[in-house]
Design a protein around this ligand. Structure first.
Ligand SMILES: [Zn+2]
Ligand SMILES: [Zn+2]
Length: 215
């Protein structure tokens, strides 16, 4: 048995700027990744992303989380086997071919995303804090994909790679093309994939300078 106080676990910022406490190690969890998040107004759990081999469940205990979802043209979530092998290929979309949507999850509610489904949760409230428990299984969930199309071959998603000390890059699982993933305006590494305002495309937003970059 492992028993922890969430408050006693050290915090680290998530990819979306939220306050994250990683519970998997303190709980010695073998098969499930567990994170607790607190989101201030405007903060995100993470940018739009999918895991090739991990389902994710979010349980909201305080406030409201708005989840953006993105379904690339050519189909919804990949069948599990296909997702693992082809990295979410969607038939040569440009990254602007797809359908965005939003779903609101309130305190006392939960939401589950299958492997291959692109999602990003935000606290859209003006002055309310949100608390969320996130479960991912299996714990090591295969590769991550962001729905920013490959400029070289048009593949609809790419793999973020941010090895320690190296410039973060986006790597295409189809053609292996590799591009700088930092902000073109300020070189910040805090780039997040989000739905464009009209929900018909995915763009990159810099959390430091606010630059918006089309896929
Ligand atoms: Zn490519
Ligand atoms: Zn920037």
């Amino acid at each position: 048995m492992q028993h922890v106080s969430i408050e006693a676990v050290e915090t680290s910022p998530s990819d979306g700027g939220a306050d994250r406490r990683r519970l998997s190690d303190p709980l010695n969890a073998a098969a499930v990744a567990i994170n607790h998040y607190e989101l201030g107004p405007g903060e995100r759990l993470a940018g739009l992303h999918a895991h090739t081999d991990q389902e994710e469940v979010f349980v909201v205990s305080e406030g409201t989380v708005t989840f953006e979802t993105w379904t690339p043209a050519g189909g919804s979530a990949r069948p599990r086997e296909e997702a693992v092998t082809d990295g979410l290929t969607t038939g040569g979309g440009t990254g602007e071919n797809g359908t965005g949507d939003e779903v609101t999850v309130r305190a006392g509610e939960a939401i589950r995303f299958a492997p291959g489904e692109f999602q990003s949760g935000t606290n859209d409230a003006d002055n309310e804090t949100t608390a969320v428990l996130a479960f991912g299984a299996p714990r090591e969930g295969g590769a991550v994909r962001v729905p920013l199309a490959c400029p070289d071959c048009g593949h609809a998603s790419r793999r973020p790679d941010a090895s320690d000390g190296e410039t973060p890059v986006l790597v295409c699982p189809n053609c292996d093309g590799e591009r700088d993933a930092t902000c073109p305006e300020c070189r910040s590494e805090a780039m997040t994939a989000v739905l464009a305002d009209d929900r018909t495309a995915v763009i990159g937003v810099c959390r430091d300078c606010g630059a918006k970059v089309w896929a």
